[in-house]
Design a protein around this ligand. Structure first.
Ligand code: C2E
Ligand code: MG
Ligand code: MG
Ligand code: MG
Length: 296
C-alpha cells in the first residue's frame, strides 16, 4: 500500500488529495512501527551475495544484504525499508544488528573450520558518524572473536559530505583495525575523481547503473575505464555491481576490472544454502553461474 501510495504521489500529474496524503502518512507510520519492532526483536534476516574474481569467476567474498518480511507476511524490498529506516532514525540500529548477525555467522563458520570468505557489510552514514564508531566496531569484533580481515565495510560517498577530513580520520581508524573498506555505489553520489586519491580505502564498487549502460554507451565505457585505471593507480581494486550479462563481463574484463557481483554469477543466498558450500560439500560451480539459482 505504501508503495502504491508513493507511486501515486510521484505519478505525472498525480497530485494527491488531502485524504490520500493522510492515508499515506498513516501507512508509513504503521510500516515504520512494524520495522522498529522487528529490528529490536532481531527479526530481520541477512542473505549473502557472492563476489567473484572476473577472470576466473572464483568467489572472493560475500556481501551481506538485509531482508525484511513486512506485517502482511510479504518481503518488503530494501529499496523501501532502508530509506524508511533512514528517515525514521532506525538505520544505525538496523546496521548494528546486521553487523552482529554477520559476526555471529563468521564466528560460527570460523569455528567450524569452514572455508570462510570475507563478508562485506553495508555501513550507513549514521553508523559511520558516531564519535565512537571505531571503538564500537573493535568491541564487536572482539566480542565475537572474528579477525578483522574477514570483515569489509561498504560505505557510500555520503559519509564524505559534511567534513571530509573527519571522514578520512575515521576511515584511517577503521582501516587500522584491519578491516577492508570500500566505497559502494561509486559514481552516484558527489564523487569526484579528485578526492579518490585521498581516500584510505582499498576498493571501489562501480554502481550498477554504469554497468547497465556499459555495452550500449561509449561514454559510460570511457568513464568506467577511467575509474578502473585511476583506482589501480591509487592501489585500489574495482568491483562491478549488478553484472547480469556475458557481454558486460567481457567489456569489464577488457577494461581490467578486478571483481564482479551480480545475477550473472550468483544471487544472494541464505545461511542455510551457504553452509554446505562453505563446508565444501557443494562445489561453488553449482552456485556461481548455475542455470537455476536459489532465489533471494
Ligand atoms: P547495495 O549495497 O549496492 O547492494 C547491491 C544491491 O544490488 C542488492 O540489492 C542486490 O540484491 C542487488 N543486485 C545484485 N546483483 C544484481 C544484479 O545483477 N542486478 C540487479 N538489478 N540487482 C542486483 P538489495 O539487497 O535490494 O539492497 C539494496 C540496497 O539496500 C543495497 O545496495 C544497500 O544500499 C541497501 N542495504 C541492504 N542491506 C543493507 C544493510 O544491512 N544496511 C544498510 N545500511 N543498507 C543496506
Ligand atoms: Mg553494498
Ligand atoms: Mg552497492
Ligand atoms: Mg548499488
Amino acid at each position: 500500500a505504501l508503495l502504491q501510495a508513493s507511486a501515486a504521489r510521484q505519478a505525472p500529474g498525480g497530485l494527491e488529495t488531502a485524504v490520500q496524503h493522510y492515508e499515506r502518512l498513516e501507512a508509513e507510520r504503521r510500516l515504520t512501527r512494524a520495522l522498529r519492532e522487528d529490528i529490536v526483536a532481531g527479526r530481520l534476516e541477512v542473505v549473502f551475495q557472492p563476489k567473484v574474481r572476473l577472470n576466473t569467476s572464483a568467489p572472493v567474498g560475500l556481501e551481506a544484504l538485509c531482508r525484511w518480511t513486512g506485517p502482511d507476511g510479504k518481503p518488503v524490498p530494501p529499496s523501501v525499508f532502508i530509506p524508511l529506516a533512514e528517515r525514521h532514525g532506525l538505520i544505525a540500529e538496523l546496521g548494528d544488528r546486521v553487523l552482529e548477525s554477520v559476526l555471529r555467522s563468521l564466528a560460527r563458520w570460523n569455528e567450524g573450520h569452514l572455508n570462510t570468505l570475507p563478508v562485506a557489510v553495508n555501513f550507513s552514514a549514521a553508523q559511520f558518524k558516531r564519535p565512537d564508531v571505531v571503538a564500537r566496531v573493535e568491541a564487536a569484533l572482539a566480542r565475537h572473536r572474528v579477525p578483522a580481515h574477514l570483515v569489509e565495510l561498504e560505505l557510500t560517498e555520503s559519509i564524505l559530505l559534511e567534513d571530509f577530513d573527519a571522514a578520512v580520520t575515521t576511515l584511517q581508524g577503521l582501516r587500522h583495525l584491519g578491516l577492508t573498506l570500500s566505497i559502494d555505489d561509486f559514481g552516484t553520489g558527489y564523487s569526484s575523481l579528485a578526492y579518490m586519491r585521498r581516500l584510505p580505502v582499498s576498493c571501489i564498487k562501480i554502481d550498477r547503473s554504469f554497468v547497465a549502460d556499459l555495452c550500449t554507451d561509449d561514454r559510460t565505457r570511457h568513464v568506467v575505464a577511467t575509474v578502473v585505471s585511476l583506482a589501480h593507480r591509487f592501489g585500489m581494486h574495482c568491483v562491478a555491481e549488478g553484472v547480469e550479462t556475458f557481454d558486460q563481463v567481457q567489456v569489464l574484463m577488457e577494461l581490467g576490472c578486478d571483481q564482479a557481483q551480480g545475477y550473472f554469477f550468483a544471487r544472494p543466498l541464505d545461511t542455510e544454502a551457504l553452509a554446505p558450500i562453505l563446508a565444501g560439500r557443494t562445489p561453488w560451480v553449482e552456485v556461481v553461474m548455475a542455470p537455476s539459482r536459489p532465489m533471494e
